[in-house]
Write a protein that binds this ligand. Structure first.
Ligand code: TSX
Ligand code: MN
Length: 591
């Protein structure tokens, strides 16, 4: 099965060689030696950053390309209004034409990989074919790669075939590039959910090319999950331990640029509380026979944004990436270490920037690309929870939701019911910052459950699946939803909440709400802390600031309702009636 597919793809792509990746350290070391010899990466100073490498991509290949990401299902309605739909037969024909001979002069690497811990009922096998060694060494960090998975597949276990080519064949006499890729109009990230197949062409970067992550673990898995009654979500997973040693697990969905990786590794400022990481990006969730919701992290590493990562914002990430790390599109210091905007310490007097150009403090451009990344094994984190690879998952008590909002949203509010929580998730959104679209700064971009680019089917059906999952959980087992907002501003435009490690105070309140240890005040939008129940000990914050953080401005909320209505209209007839009702209930509670 696997071998037949590989040979068929080799006939199509016509590589010079085929290499089956065994996943061993020895093999990985050989790949890295070859990468250095071919000048496709540099080795960092081993005294400062042992066993670490830096890659620099083509400036035209620096991020996921949503406008070239396709859901190819038989019926267009199955892709819904949030995806780019293509007819699968047509798309395959179009892409086959591109793959024909696309690996000439190159080696085709066959990567057997697994998403999820060994032995978990939710884990999925994949085989990625690629002509990029960058992809091979990154996949080995981000997923469980190697012979052990291949054995399972050869014994007859299912796998998701993932075909990837950078789309830059080397004809006779042609010289390779440091970062081969294809122009935008020949880039394709194609998903065939009915066949459970992924075809990616023309990009070597991140989620476009490391197909286990966004393509398999979110887009395809979300379709499988809907069919098989589980959930594939864009969520971190946290373990919280209180001073008495009691443990709760929480998941959290946040759009990009909200600090999801920072939250997943947070260092609490309140004594006796401990936070550990299960995952920082993706959660697969299912209801077990005891009637509770459990989560696994399908990934094996972190593919984090470098910019802004520092000992101040995320000390545990900094410790994690101290060695054995692959960096992409960051700047290089004169002593052979990495640098990016927002890292600790003084600005260097000279750097080589991500485009391999000399950079000085008065060069009017960032030294590291804003989407520059680190790739590192989760097992290297000093705060990885010991049960992070438990095939049985961890039981979830709370689901955090949030976005970047300068007004309207309080620091934290709790759902009134499961359906109200799904409503909160459906209307999630983040204000557009300078880092996103310049012409719409300040507007709220709706991003239901932070899944907008990752739902592999109709967004209305996806939201209905969330409603239905509530029905399979007994009420006492339903996790509570908590909408948090670290980004509310005062009249002067200053952040009202110190954020970062101080967020542990909010997690403490959430923890104690799950235990019914603290009362809450009911407001039209949900439950908020009663005076004295949010621990503000040793926090130098004015009572007026706290009032502002929790202020519910009726006018702002009426505007919010109008904006949610418009968003719901864009979803169309498949929007669950339960959510329409929640919107009406909210409107009624507000008058
Ligand atoms: O990650 C963030 N978190 C979550 C941390 C666990 N960020 C960074 C977001 C960009 C990725 C935050 N930024 C958070 C936050 O809680 N809060 C803020 C806003 C903020 C920024 C600076 C300060 C306070 C709040 N204060 C000083 O710089 C002194
Ligand atoms: Mn993500």
């Amino acid at each position: 099965m696997a071998v037949a597919w590989v040979h068929e793809m080799a006939m199509l792509c016509k590589p010079d060689h085929i290499h089956w990746v065994d996943g061993s350290k020895a093999e990985n070391d050989r790949f890295l030696d070859q990468i250095i010899k071919e000048h496709k990466a540099i080795k960092l100073n081993p005294q400062l950053r042992p066993d670490s490498y830096a890659f620099f991509s083509d400036p035209m290949d620096v991020a996921r390309v949503e406008e070239r990401t396709f859901i190819a299902s038989k019926n267009e309605t199955d892709a819904g209004p949030t995806n780019h739909w293509r007819n699968p037969v047509e798309l395959k024909a179009e892409m086959k034409h591109l793959y024909r001979g696309s690996m000439r002069g190159r080696t085709m690497y066959i990567i057997p990989f697994m998403m999820g811990p060994f032995g978990s009922p939710l884990s999925k096998n994949g085989i990625q074919i690629t002509d990029s060694l960058y992809v091979v060494v990154n996949m080995r960090i981000m997923t469980r790669v190697g012979t052990r998975v291949l054995e399972k597949i050869k014994q007859g276990q299912d796998f998701v075939p993932c075909l990837h080519s950078v789309g830059y064949p080397l004809e006779k006499g042609m010289k390779d590039l440091a970062w081969p890729s294809a122009p935008i109009q020949r880039k394709y990230i194609a998903h065939f959910p009915e066949e459970e197949l992924i075809w990616s062409f023309g990009s070597g970067y991140g989620g476009n090319a490391l197909l286990g992550k966004k393509s398999l673990a979110l887009r395809l898995a979300s379709v499988m999950a809907k069919k098989e009654n589980w959930m594939a979500e864009h969520m971190l997973i946290l373990k919280v331990t209180n001073p008495e040693g009691q443990v709760k697990y929480m998941t959290g969905a946040f759009p990009s640029a909200c600090g999801k990786t920072n939250l997943s590794m947070l260092v609490p400022t309140i004594p006796g509380w401990k936070i550990e990481t299960i995952g920082d990006d993706i959660a697969w969730l299912w209801v077990k026979r005891d009637g509770r919701l459990y989560a696994i992290n399908p990934e094996y590493g972190f593919f984090g944004v470098a910019r802004g990562t520092s000992y101040r914002s995320n000390p545990n990430a900094m410790k994690t990436i101290a060695k054995n790390t692959i960096f992409t599109n960051v700047a290089i210091t004169d002593d052979g270490d990495v640098w990016w905007e927002g890292i600790d310490g003084e600005k260097p007097k000279h750097l080589v920037d991500w485009q391999k150009q000399d950079w000085y403090p008065d060069s009017n451009r960032p030294a590291a690309h804003p989407n520059g990344r680190f790739t590192v094994s989760a097992s290297q984190s000093p705060v990885i929870a010991r049960e992070w690879e438990d095939p049985d998952g961890v039981p979830i008590s709370a689901i955090l939701l949030g976005g970047r909002r300068s007004d309207t949203m309080p620091l934290v509010h709790e759902s009134l019911s499961w359906n109200h929580g799904v409503f909160m998730g459906s209307m999630m959104g983040s204000e557009i910052t300078a880092a996103t679209l310049t012409n719409e700064i300040g507007k709220v971009r709706r991003d239901p459950f932070a899944m907008l680019p990752f739902i592999g089917y109709h967004v209305g059906d996806y939201l209905k699946h969330w409603i239905d999952m509530g029905l399979t959980l007994a009420e006492e087992n339903q996790p509570k939803f908590f909408y948090v907002n670290w980004f509310r501003l005062d009249q002067e435009g200053q952040f009202l909440w110190p954020g970062f490690g101080e967020n542990a105070r909010v997690l403490k309140w959430i923890f104690e709400r799950c235990d019914h240890r603290v009362e809450a005040a009911q407001t039209p939008i949900g439950y908020v802390p009663i005076k004295g129940t949010l621990d503000l000990t040793n926090l130098n914050i004015a009572p007026e600031q706290i009032n502002q953080l929790f202020q519910i401005d009726i006018k702002n909320w009426q505007k919010e309702i109008e904006s949610i209505k418009a968003f719901y209209q864009s979803i169309g007839y498949k929007l669950p009636k339960e959510l329409q009702q929640e919107l009406i209930h909210l409107q009624n509670r507000l008058v």
